[in-house]
Design a protein around this ligand. Structure first.
Ligand code: FES
Length: 88
């Protein structure tokens, strides 16, 4: 992602997971974005995406999703429904 410093998006992800919350903190962590600045818009996009995802995960912590159970099938209704034959 950062050609000047040879930093991959995975390394930037690791910096974010380690607590980096700004382009400057990512730069301090792995060097990305600290030379020409050409990759900074991409770093910002990745940062925004990851922080947004982390916020959603934090919001949903503690709420266990309820498994969706299918509506009960009424076996009797199926058996009581007359079969219609279609003549061709
Ligand atoms: S490409 Fe990242 S600082 Fe130049």
């Amino acid at each position: 992602m950062c050609h000047c410093k040879g930093v991959t998006s995975r390394q930037i992800d690791s910096a974010i997971m380690a607590g980096a919350e700004s382009v400057e903190e990512i730069g301090a962590s792995c060097g990305a974005g600290t030379k020409c600045g050409g990759c900074v818009p991409l770093i910002e996009m990745l940062l925004e995406s990851r922080l947004s995802l982390n916020a959603k995960i934090e919001t949903n912590k503690g709420s266990v999703p309820t498994p969706q159970t299918p509506a009960p099938v009424h076996q009797t209704a199926i058996h009581e429904t007359p079969v219609q034959l279609i003549a061709s």
